[in-house]
Design a protein around this ligand. Structure first.
Ligand code: SF4
Length: 131
């Protein structure tokens, strides 16, 4: 009930984000999974899109392959950070469109595990009730 009183947040207006409590997730349309997700090599290995033996490969080459495969949309060479692909509606590549649940939950990147402890507004999330 409490969450029905919270207005839907606008992703790019941090002041509209709501103070996070764990009970919010089940009634939310997973708006956090429409934010850009940064991932590191260890995340990509855990997800299973990069093999352990590729550790010695230049990250640039790995990024090129993952971009070609449509899994990664950006790579920042200096920081070694990959950004996962988002679909045309901004959904994460790994978000199930129907259930709005993560399809790789047990293997999800650290960025997702740490949300919203770490992120654009720590302790707050872009809560949007399911339609
Ligand atoms: S990897 Fe999973 S938890 Fe992380 S943003 Fe994508 S769908 Fe959400």
């Amino acid at each position: 009930m409490k969450n029905n009183l919270i207005a839907a947040a606008e992703l790019d207006r941090l002041e509209t984000w709501a103070k996070y409590t764990a009970d919010m997730c089940h009634s939310c349309m997973s708006s956090c999974c429409t934010l850009p997700v940064e991932a590191r090599l260890n995340d990509l290995i855990r997800i299973g899109v990069v093999d352990e033996f590729e550790r010695s490969e230049p990250l640039k080459n790995i990024a090129k392959r993952l971009q070609k495969d449509g899994i990664v949309e950006r790579f920042h060479q200096k920081s070694g950070i990959f950004t996962l692909t988002r679909m045309s509606n901004n959904d994460c590549y790994y978000l199930d469109r129907k259930t709005r649940l993560c399809t790789i939950y047990d293997k999800r990147p650290d960025t997702c595990r740490n949300h919203p402890k770490i992120g654009p507004r720590p302790g707050y999330c872009a809560y949007k009730p399911k339609a």
